[in-house]
Every structure is written in C-alpha cells, then in structure tokens.
Design a protein around this ligand. Structure first.
Ligand code: AMP
Ligand code: MN
Length: 284
C-alpha cells in the first residue's frame, strides 16, 4: 500500500489501524520513490502487535518494509524492492534523483495545464511541491477544482501518456533499478506486470531479460489483473522459479475498486509464497 509519504491518502499509522481492524496478517508499505514512511509504519506495526498481544489475539501483524521505484521509459515500469536497507547510499541517491525529477515534472505539468487555461489555486500549487509529488495528487487537485469529475478522467484528458499535460519521468532503466534494489539488500519484484499492456511474447521477453539480471519475482495478484492474466503470469513465474507476490495497491481513494487487503481470487499458495518472500528478505 501507499501512504501520504507518496501518493496515498492515509498516514502509515492510519494504514496500520485500518489493517488491524480488517484483521490483516501482513502489510507492506511500498511508497513511490521514497522510504521515508517506513520508520513510522514500523513503529505503528509494533503498536498493533502489542495491542493484539494484550488482548491475547495471536494473529500476526508482519510488516514488510518496501519501496516502489518507477523505472524505464517515462517511468512506466514499476519495481518493488522488499526489505531494502534504507540507508544504502546507492538507493538513497537513486531516490533523491527521483524526487528532484518528480518536482521538476510537476512544475512542467502545472505550466502545461495553464496553457489549457487551467490555473490551479495558490494553495493547490503549493500542495504540489511535496518531494514525492506524482500524477495521482495532481489528478485529485483537478477533481477538487472541478476541472474533471474523476481521477480517471484527469488521466484520460490531461495526465496520461500522450495527453496534453503529459510529461514523462526520467528514471533509471529497469535493469539498473534491479541492481540498485539488490545492492541495497532488497528482493526485486516486477510490480503489476499486466499494467504494462504488452502482448504475451513481449511480456515474456521482458521478464526473461529482467530475470537474467536478478529479478526475484512477479506481482501476479494485483487488482488490475484479469483472471486470465493471473493464471498466465502465475504459471510463468513458477516455471521460471520466480517468487509470486500480491497486494491491493491501496491508495485510499473512494470510487475505485481497490480496497485494502483485496486481491484477485485464487491465490491457493499465498501462505507458502509469503513465507518464501519473507525468507528471501531475511537472506538478502
Ligand atoms: P506517477 O508515478 O506520478 O507517474 O503516477 C503514476 C501513478 O498514478 C500510478 O502509480 C497510479 O497510482 C496512478 N494512476 C495511474 N493511472 C491512473 C488512473 N487512470 N486513475 C487513477 N490513478 C492512476
Ligand atoms: Mn505501481
């Protein structure tokens, strides 16, 4: 899930409280291009464990500290780094550059919107200067200003690839990002591969190339995956000896199908897969 440290709507502590109420056993914070929320999330998760212990509730509450790095052309390819060492210089440099690029891009997007005669209020412009500013926050502002009805519309009309206020991110290549995650002791997982909208041959070629460069797993169970995509990717990951992971990608927005803890159905091997991921996190 994502917190206010990137483009989520809830703080790490609020996320842990919701997750506790839902009875979740594992939570991963994977903010875009920042690890700054992990300390708060780690403390909040510890509080939940103590609360559960105090009421003799043996349900675990395991926290997986992570990061989601935008990579490749335009920043479309997202890599998850589970269990990264947040103090590792190669990683912190990469994240610093990403935040600088995000800020510069947000300014350019605001200028392009102004060319369309969409001038955001001073308060909203100020809100868009956070270090990990992304298109989701800009889309929300466009909804609040009444320019569009939904975030989806904001992407379809202005912010999506090829639209009038689209500005591509400058990001490390996906292969470099895998190396950065692994050198920081993390487990590298390709996030929501189905979102890349590649055909079968192209997605396989991409996964094969990434696997040759150390990719550890695929996020098969993601809300964007159709039943067919889940089945195909699940088989492909297992044949290649890659980890299978999943997540709800919760950001907190209303009016979406995303709910905290909600995954595509049919993850028969969830417990084993989580155990494998946790074991790789502790060994890398
Ligand atoms: P960015 O990393 O700033 O380029 O923004 C990409 C993020 O925007 C994605 O990770 C999603 O969380 C969000 N996003 C992309 N497309 C849409 C959409 N159509 N509706 C709502 N959110 C979207
Ligand atoms: Mn993503």
């Amino acid at each position: 899930m994502h917190s206010t440290f990137s483009d989520g709507l809830y703080t790490p502590s609020e996320l842990c409280d919701f997750a506790d109420k839902l009875g979740l056993t594992h939570v991963a914070l994977c903010d875009h291009d920042t690890v700054d929320g992990l300390a708060e999330m780690s403390r909040a998760a510890e509080d939940i464990r103590q609360k559960r212990a105090a009421r003799s509730d043996a349900t675990p509450f395991t926290f997986l500290p992570s990061v989601e790095i935008s990579t490749g052309s335009g920043g479309r390819t997202h890599l998850l780094g589970y269990g990264v060492n947040t103090a590792h210089a190669v990683l912190t440099n990469c994240l610093k550059e990403a935040c600088t690029d995000r800020l510069g891009r947000a300014k350019k997007i605001i200028d392009l919107l102004a060319e369309q005669e969409i001038v955001l209020s001073a308060d909203h412009q100020l809100a868009l200067t956070a270090p990990t500013i992304g298109r989701a926050q800009i889309a929300r502002v466009l909804v609040q200003e009444g320019v569009v009805k939904t975030m989806g519309q904001a992407f379809d009309r202005y912010l999506g690839e090829g639209k009038c206020a689209y500005v591509p991110r400058k990001c490390p290549s996906s292969l470099d990002a895998i190396e950065i995650i692994k050198s920081a002791g993390g487990v590298a997982v390709l996030a929501h591969p189905m979102r890349l909208a590649l055909d079968d041959t192209a997605i396989r070629a991409l996964i094969d190339e990434m696997a040759r460069h150390g990719l550890d797993g695929l996020e098969v169970f993601h809300p964007s995956a159709s039943r067919t995509a889940v089945r195909t990717l699940n088989l492909y990951a297992r044949n290649k000896g890659l980890l299978v992971t999943g997540g709800s990608d919760f950001h907190g927005d209303q009016n979406t199908r995303v709910r905290m803890g909600r995954l595509p159905s049919g993850w028969q091997t969830m417990s084993e897969d989580i155990r494998m991921l946790l074991s790789m996190m502790s060994h890398s």
